[in-house]
Design a binder for this molecule. Structure first.
Ligand code: ADE
Length: 247
């Protein structure tokens, strides 16, 4: 997958994209990452990327011209069109489902806003040439889109075939089935007086699977009732949720 990132702080992403699994994916070509300094597409002596907002108000807005020039150079109109993802707290929520959707794309371009955001015409204009998504990673406000891009790139990249050593991790993890993941344990069997649940040492695979499902249900009910309401539950799941030992 090709990933381009437009930012006034491209160095923000250099370190994180060079370590651990993301770094390996970049090294082995699974991820073809291109970091661009948006100021390259400014023409004035001060390489200005921002200006005051029309209508007044606090802060500055990113000017549209450098964005237009950058997008036209990175994705010329006569070539293939990438999907343009713009992180913003006013975007639609990022989710595992959207990560899967983005992982199916051959080419993503991320545009990192700073200040109060990017002139809205950039999204309007880009939308006439390529699919565009304004996406929020959560209900809080970051200083810029760079950290959000790292979040999205990591969530998307780990879904690419060949990224994870053990692809089964993908089917068993949190959010895979619309529920939170069950708690996990490793050796030693007792630590600081706390024992690993007996069932996990029993060797009874059926009992382990049932216990894990019940723990997932219990956790999801306690922490994310919104997810539980949307999840597909079996009769047994519903019965387990009503069992006082589970909930
Ligand atoms: N930029 C600033 N805050 C953000 C958020 N919560 N999600 C995505 N991009 C952002």
């Amino acid at each position: 997958m090709r990933v381009d990132v437009l930012s006034i702080f491209p160095d923000y992403l250099t370190g994180p994209l060079s370590v651990s699994l993301l770094g390996r994916a970049v090294d082995n070509g699974l991820l073809d990452v291109h970091l661009h300094d948006l100021r390259r597409w400014t023409g004035d002596r001060h390489r200005t990327v921002d200006d005051t907002p029309y209508g007044g108000g606090a802060g500055m807005v990113m000017r549209p011209e450098p964005w237009g020039l950058a997008l036209a150079e990175i994705a010329p109109p006569d070539g293939p069109a990438p999907r343009f993802v713009v992180p913003t707290p006013s975007g639609r929520p990022f989710s595992q489902a959207l990560a899967h959707e983005l992982a199916a794309e051959p080419w993503l371009v991320f545009g990192c806003g700073r200040y109060e955001g990017i002139d809205q015409r950039v999204v309007s204009w880009a939308g006439t040439r390529m699919p565009v998504d304004e996406v929020s990673i959560g209900d809080y406000v970051l200083a810029g889109g760079e950290a959000a891009v790292l979040v999205m790139v990591e969530a998307v990249a780990r879904l690419l075939p060949g990224f994870l050593g053990n692809p089964e991790s993908l089917t068993e993890e949190s959010h895979a089935g619309g529920l939170l993941e069950y708690p996990v344990f490793t050796r030693p069997p007792v630590w600081h007086g706390l024992a690993v649940p007996d069932v996990l040492l029993s060797g009874d695979h059926g009992a382990v699977a049932r216990w894990r499902r019940d723990e997932s249900l219990r956790r999801t009910a306690a922490r994310r009732p919104d997810l539980l309401a949307a999840a597909e539950l079996s009769e047994r799941d519903r019965a387990a949720l009503e069992d006082p030992r589970v909930s």
